[in-house]
Design a protein around this ligand. Structure first.
Ligand code: ATP
Length: 421
């Protein structure tokens, strides 16, 4: 067992340019991965519903969503382990329908590292090249380079069991990269590791992706991981993508109540849009007051919507104090107050069974001690630019808008093709 945490530094010298294989003439502008109306059914159950998606070349793209939302199924169809029931998948412009996994310009890294226990680290990495009968000198050079890239040159002769979990996942990564895939598919690759190691590897994985410059399609249910590493994030819910945007947009401006809830604390205030124009919208809250949001996300007057304000954007004042000028405000009662170390998290209940979470940074001890406690009447205030509107989730939590939803879907059959691709 290695004594370090599996976080040796990555390659310290510049490696030769990484040239991925490509299925088509690499014309500028052709998406690396394109899904066109992709549907996947298992019997009566629809796991993926009509996905249209484009991933640009060199992009770090993440499919994010709760367990069972269809992200692994989507990845497996790109990899060629499953075929879509309807629709088409293109890789570098070429339709890959019917093409087996080993003929696609993709490689997959799984959560279970799927290394060969009886082979050394370097033989594990060399496996795909040996099968393709790559010239010995080239094989040695490429294996050496990939081990260097992931910071494991010193472990080449070891067996997987002599490595930490983080190191084993680096071997799996090197084994995938050595094949020069045009697209690397990663299915919760850090899921089995502890939090500290995961965070360190997130940074290194992103660095490796930048170095090699190839497309990464990454699957995770961990929103922080998705926000940290990705160029763009697709948030999935019950087989549907509810939002595809950059991490900041997804976090700051979720489009649906589902995304708002999944990405962070969902401070949702339901109401009806009473007016909307280029300067934003007025939302009449079900609890009474009308508040203004500068970002209406195109929701027209007359529609139901929710106002969202992030916990760190809410200010908390004594109820008797007026709202600072230029702020909207609502009165409520503190339900609970929790010391979290760097911040204090307070839950405030408002009329209409709405409760909002407020995060107050613990930068000043005296100020922290003055914070109101449970049962106290308070005023929550925020700037209009920090409130935006979201629609209801496209698919409600109880499957309401979801006629084909069937919770009796058969359990997934155990795939056995997940070794080396
Ligand atoms: P997780 O993170 O738990 O793997 P996920 O978002 O990746 O979740 P999928 O593995 O894509 O979800 O599964 C989506 C749905 O499809 C689930 O309800 C799952 O039970 C079902 N499913 C997946 N594969 C099969 C299969 N081979 N046969 C039947 N149902 C399947």
């Amino acid at each position: 067992m290695s004594t370090d945490l599996g976080l040796p530094p990555l390659a310290t010298r510049p490696l030769r340019p990484y040239l991925p294989r490509s299925v088509a003439a690499s014309e500028e502008g052709i998406p690396s991965v394109r899904l066109e109306g992709v549907v996947k059914r298992f019997g009566d159950f629809t796991a993926v519903r009509h996905l249209d998606l484009e991933v640009a070349r060199g992009e770090f793209f993440t499919l994010l969503g709760p367990s069972g939302c269809g992200k692994t199924t989507t990845l497996r169809m790109v990899a060629g382990f499953d075929e879509p029931t309807e629709g088409r998948i293109r890789l570098d412009g070429a339709d890959v329908s019917g093409l087996p996994a080993f003929k696609r310009p993709t490689n997959t890294v799984f959560q279970s590292y799927a290394l060969f226990p009886h082979l050394s680290v370097e033989r594990n990495v060399a496996f795909g090249l040996e099968r393709r009968k790559v010239d010995k000198d080239e094989l040695r050079r490429r294996v050496g380079e990939e081990l260097e890239r992931v910071g494991l040159s010193g472990e080449a002769k070891r067996k997987p069991r002599q490595l930490s979990g983080g190191q084993q996942q680096r071997v799996a990564l090197a084994r995938a990269l050595v094949n020069r895939p045009a697209v690397l598919l990663l299915d919760e690759p850090l899921g089995a590791l502890d939090l500290k190691l995961r965070k360190g590897l997130q940074v290194q994985l992103k660095q490796i992706q930048r170095d090699v410059g190839i497309t990464f399609v990454y699957v995770t249910h961990d929103q922080e991981e998705a926000l940290t590493m990705s160029d763009r994030v697709a948030v999935m819910n019950k087989g549907v993508i509810e939002q595809v945007e950059g991490p900041e947009d997804v976090y700051e401006r979720p489009r649906t109540t589902f995304v708002a809830g999944f990405i962070g604390v969902s401070n949702l205030m339901p109401g009806q849009v009473v007016s909307a124009n280029g300067n934003g919208a007025d939302l009449k809250l079900d609890s009474g007051p009308t508040v203004h949001a500068t970002d209406s996300r195109g929701i027209p007057a007359g529609e139901r919507a929710h106002g969202v304000v992030r916990p760190e954007k809410l200010e908390i004042h004594q109820a008797v104090e007026p709202a600072p000028s230029g702020r909207a405000s609502l009165e409520g009662t503190v339900q609970s107050s929790l010391y979290l170390g760097t911040a204090t998290q307070m839950v405030v209940s408002l009329p209409g069974e709405v409760s909002l979470t407020v995060l107050v940074p613990n930068s000043d001890d005296a100020e922290r001690r003055r914070l109101p406690g449970a049962g106290e009447a308070v005023r929550l205030a925020w700037m209009a630019e920090h409130m935006h509107l979201v629609r209801e989730a496209e698919v409600s939590a109880d499957g309401h808008n979801d006629p084909d939803h069937d919770d009796t879907a058969p359990a997934r059959s155990a795939p056995n093709e997940e070794a080396v691709t």
